[in-house]
Structures are given as C-alpha cells and as structure tokens.
Design a protein around this ligand. Sequence first.
Ligand code: BYC
Length: 471
Amino acid sequence: MSAVELHERIPNNVSLSSDERLRRALEEWQPHFLDWWREMGPDRFQQHEVYLRTAMSVDASGWAHFGYVRMPDYRWGIFLAEPVPDRRIGFGNDYGKPVWQEVPGEHRNALRRLIVTQGDTEPASVEQQRRLGATCPSLYDLRNLLQVNVEEGRHLWAMVYLLHTYFGRDGREEARDLLARRSGHPDKPRILAAFNQPIDDWLSFFMFTTFTDRDGKYQLLALAESGFDPLSRTCRFMLTEEAHHMFVGESGVARIVERTAGCLRAGRDPRADGALDLGTIQRYLNLWYSLSLDLFGSEVSTNAAQFFGAGLKGRPKEEERYDDHLAVEGTYEMDVYEEGKCLRRAVPLRSAMNEVVRDGYVEDCQKALDRWNRRLEGTGAALVLPSRRFHRHQGTFAGHCFDPAGREVTREAFERQRDAWLPSEADRAHVRSLMTHGVFEPGQFASWIAPPARGIDHQSIDFQYVRSNEA
Ligand code: BYC
C-alpha cells in the first residue's frame, strides 16, 4: 500500500508523485475545479472558517481530522481504500477470476458510463444546495451543509481520478464535461433527473440527504463490488464519508419532527408556533422519496443485466448476502405494469438487479421512517412511505398515475389531488416564510427545528462551527 501523500498539491494515496503524466493532467484539471467551486459552490461562505473534517488517511480508525478551514483551501484529494489481497471478481460471467487493475477493452464504454453517471451527481448536488447557507437554522447546521458540500466535491475528484487514469483522452474530456453541465440548466442539465430539481429550502435539503444520499449509499455499495478494482476501492472509501451525509439528513428531519411533535402534544397548531405541520413534511417526503426511487433505473433492465454479467456492478454485499453469484438461472418476483394493469411476475434475475437493489433501499428507508415516528409517539400521528408506484418517472410505472397507497388513479384524479400528495405552492411559500433568514448566533436554533442531541466532534452545541475570518 502506498503511503498517504498529504503535502502534495493534490493529497493522495495513489503515488501520484511517481506518475508524472497523470499528476500533470490532474493538476491541469484542478484550477478548473476551483473555478467551478467558486462559481457554483456554496454561496456567501467561501471566506469563512468552517470547522470541517478532512480525510488524512484511509485507516478505518482516525482517518478524519477536524479543524477550521476556508473552503477553497480544503484539501480535496484522492483516496482509495486499502486493496484486498488476492481479490477475485465476486459475480457475473467472470466470477472467481482475479479482479482487473486495468479497464478490459470490452467493458470500457459501460464502465465509463457508470463512472460518469456517478461523478455527475456529485457536483450536481453542490449546485442544487448552493444557496442554502443564507437561511441556515443554526451554525451547527450550516457547518453540516458545508461539510457535505466539500465532500461531494471530493467524490467528484474520486471519479475524475478514475477517468484521467484509466480512460485516456475520452476520460479527460468527460472530466471537463463534469464541470460544464449544470443542475437544472435547460441546455446542459445534469444526467439524472433528481439532480436537476431545486433544493432551495432546508426541508428539501434534509429530505434529499435522507433519501437521495441513501440512493448514493446503495449505488456505491453496488459499485464497490465491481471487478474493476480501482472503482471498488474508490467507492469503498467514499462510503465512509457518505454515512455522515445520511446522518445529516435523517437527524435533520428527526429534529424537525421532534419540534412538530412537541406542538402536537401541547395541543398547539405547529404552523401557529413557527414549526412545520406534519402534512407539509409528508408531502416533501413523498416528493424526495419518489424522485430517489427513480434513481435505481428500470425494474426490468437490460443495462443492469449487462453490468452484472460483465462483473461491473454487483448487488450490495454480494458475498455475504447471496449464494448464487452467477444469477443466470434464478428469477425475481416483482410488481410490473403490463397489459394495462399492475401484476406480480417473476423476472429473470439478471434483468431484475435494479429492483433487487431498490428493495434493499426501500427497507432501509422504512427504518429511517420508524425512527422518525418514534419521535411522534403520543401524538396519534405518523409519517408513511408512499407506495413505490407513486409519482414515478422511470421504469414500469412511469406514465401511469397512482395514489400514495399505490392504487391506480386517472391522470385527472391525480392532478386534482396533487396538492394533497406533493408539495403545493402554498406549502413552499409557508416553508420559505419560516426560512427567510439564517440563524448565526452560536447555540441558537430556528423555531422550526429542535437542537441536536450533541455537537460535532465532541464539541458543544453552542460551539462556533463557522466563523468569519476577522473573528
Ligand atoms: N434519470 O435500464 P435503465 C449519489 C436512464 S446518487 C434520468 O432504466 P440503468 C449522490 C438510463 O441512464 C448515486 N435518466 O437504467 C447522492 C438509461 O439511459 P440510456 C449515483 C435515467 O441504466 C446525493 C435509460 O434511462 N450513482 O451518489 O440500469 C448527493 C434506461 O436505463 C434515470 C449511480 O447512479 C433517472 N433517474 O440504471 C451526491 C451509479 N434512470 O442508456 C451524490 C451509476 C435511468 O437509454 N449509474 N435513466 O441513454 C447507474 O448504475 C445507472 O446509470 C442507473 C440507471 C442506476 C442510474
């Protein structure tokens, strides 16, 4: 294992200093990244000192270092998890053969596409969230937002490293394009639909980091299984950072719910108390959960079958959870929309891989909801996950309308009920009215969110997590 080169212009543990061409190519990309960061990264706080964690090594313990950093000085670097000795391909047609250290020619296009799609989501999310700082509910939350943002920047570096190292000129072009597309832009949008949606309030941010970052976790787990070892090692390290993003989302919604529950228990109207009502929370949940379900692709997918067969993208925890790693013969039961109705049918397993991964995700989301609902005990109210058929734009249910319980409805009925099921203009206006300004006093919190149980890195809740550099 090569040592961590922390003091290089690009911190890394991939021996960049011994590969002159690659180092130069990445150093050429770096100023473009910084330009993009200045233009599209977090608005307003670039000169502030932020109490951030920075990756310093890839050891399971103690890889993170906390300290004040101005975001443009953040040490974005290239970190791969330790190689697993004698690692073998864990699934698909090449099952049991040694993993690849170079890109096999026949899989080049498919791998490039997977890496570009993954890479595209990282800067997209930074773009989506760029204006949130100004309306933060506390310094603690502002710091968490900015932490998530710098780490998404690092995840972009991770994918750009793979593109530059293994895909030659095409890879360098793709790396440039990753900085050229823009979330929500009519002519040069980001690749996946959820990453073109605006995130302009904190309820959306916490729902996004709960549900969309959780898709990230599942996709990274699937790519961590890849027979292309550099991709696997890159994703394994990214997963260590992803956990904090989901914590930010899930604990953020939990704190909102706690505040709402407090009002309900006291017999007060949350809205009148400057908190969020449960209906609005449910509608935002419905939106971000359904958008995130789309990110798993079609239920029946030849792409997914090809990725699995080729050994490029497996199932999360392939070795621990499954016995049959070839998946040539089995079938998978799922709901599909065929012959004008929903029916359950057995789909050849390889073609069902997107649904297999989505099923794990749905189960995981339900656990997050159960934790939120514990905060609502005694109020008689609860949040629910809508049916996976509801409000879908990819896959078998796209183009058909379902209510949140999963019953098919006409388009007219859906449109009539839309404001009861998805955030309405009035909801958005209400949410915005609660979030007109930021709360920048240490230890103070906006009226619509409870304080967290504890601070970051053993610091107190009223710690100055972000400070202007004159302070
Ligand atoms: N939007 O067989 P299909 C994260 C396209 S999040 C738009 O259904 P496939 C993060 C698809 O590209 C994780 N287009 O799907 C989170 C294909 O296009 P072509 C990101 C979509 O290919 C928060 C066509 O529909 N990582 O890390 O099996 C913050 C039919 O394809 C969508 C990855 O996604 C959509 N939702 O699966 C920051 C992993 N869905 O070929 C970061 C890499 C499908 O007809 N990507 N399409 O032009 C993949 O594994 C696959 O591309 C997908 C789609 C799972 C996304």
